[in-house]
Design a protein around this ligand. Sequence first.
Ligand code: PMP
Length: 438
Amino acid sequence: MSTDSRTTNAQLFERAQRSIPGGVNSPVRAFRAVGGTPRFIARAEGAYMWDAEGTRYIDYIGSWGPMILGHGHPAVLDAVLSAAREGFSFGAPTEREVELAEAIIALVPSIEQVRLVSSGTEAGMSAIRLARGATGRSKIIKFEGCYHGHADALLVKAGSGLATFGHPTSAGVPPEVVQHTLVLEYNNIAQIEAAFAAHGAEIACVMIEPIAGNMNFVRAAVPFVKRIRELCDQHGALFIFDEVMTGFRVALGSAQSLYAQAIPGFTPDISVFGKVIGGGMPLAAFGTTRRIMEKLAPLGPVYQAGTLSGNPVATACGLATLKEIAKPGFYEALAVKTKALVAGFQAAADANGIPFCTDSQGGMFGFFFASELPQNYPQVMASHQQRFNRFFHGLLDRGVYLAPALYEAGFVSAAHTEADIAATVSAAHEVMAAEAAL
Ligand code: PMP
C-alpha cells in the first residue's frame, strides 16, 4: 500500500475518507475551517515538510508545537534510534523516566514531583482528578476559548449566565458530567470574583491556558492571573496552569516563569505539560508539590495509570529535546526569529492598509485580521475569518504552512533560518497585496 510519487493529496484524501472518519485522526487537520484539501505529509526535515506530491512547505505548525528544534534534529534522532534498539516499551520503570522527571523539576520551580503520561488530554484530565481528590471538592472553573484536551468534563461551553454551569460541546457527554464545570470569560476579573463569591467553598480548581493558544494567541492579563491566585488561596482551590502548548515553548521556565517575573512569588499549584517535553513523541506530564502528588496511586487514593506512560523511546526524545533547548541563548534566538516573522506580517498588512495585529512570545505567535489584539474568545471570533482563510491559502500556495484555522497559534523552530522568515514575509506581502486589491 505504498504511496507512489504520482499520488496526489486529493487522491489520498479521497482514499482516507473511506477508512478514517473525515479522513483524519484529529479534526482540525481536515481543513474544514479554511476549506480545500489537506496536505498529506510524506516527510519533514528541519523547518520543512514535503507533501505526497513532493511540494515543500516552510512549517509553522511543528506538529502543533512539539517540534521546537525543527524536524529530525540529529541529537534527538540519535537518542530515539538508540532507545528504540534497546526496546520499545517495558511496562516497568526505567532510569530515563527518572531523568526526565528530574529535568522538568529542575526547570520548573513550582514542581516537586511529576507523573508522565502519553497525551495532553490525559495529563489535563489527571490534573483535574488530582485537584478534586486533593481538595475533596467537585466544581472546576475553565475559560471560554481554552482547550485542555477532550476529557468529558472539559468539553463544555458557557451556560446562559454567570453562576450557571455549562453545556456539553460534544455529543456523547451527558449534561450531568459537566454539571460541575463552570465556564467563564477569559480575562474577566468580575466574573471570576462572582464565581468564587457564589461557589468558593465548592471549587476544586481553576484551570487556564496562561497564553491561550487554542484561540490563536491571547495572553492572560497579569492582574487577571494575580486575582485568580488570590481567590484560589482565599478559598482553598488549586490553580492549574495548562502549559501543554506554552511549556518550554514560550520560555525555558514556561509561561509560569513570565508570570513570576510580573507577580512576585507567583506559582501555579498544578502544571500540565505536553508537546515540547516529548519532542514529537507521545509524552505529556503533570506535576505539583510532593504533598499533592502523593495523593496519587500507588501512594494515595487518586487513581491514574497508563500502559505506555513514560515510554522509553518517548522519554529519550523528550530528554534529548530538553537538553538542546536548555543551551544558553536558545530562547533569545528563537524569539528574535519569531518577532521578525510577525513584524514582517504586520508590515505586509500595514503596507496594504489591512487591519491586522500580532503578538508572540518565545517560539509561539498569533495574528489577527483585527485592529486590536483580542482579550477573549468572542473578540477572537469577531476577527475577519474570510481574510484569515485567504491569507492561509495564499501562503500555502506559496509554500508556507500555517495552522489551518484562525483560532490556532503558530510556532517557529530553531531550524527556521532568517532566509526562511524572509521568504515567508515576502510571500505575505504578495498575499496582502492581493487581499487589498479585492
Ligand atoms: N492543553 C492544551 C493547551 C493544548 O493545546 C492541547 C492540544 N493542542 C491539549 C491540552 C491536549 O493535548 P493532546 O492533544 O496531546 O491530548
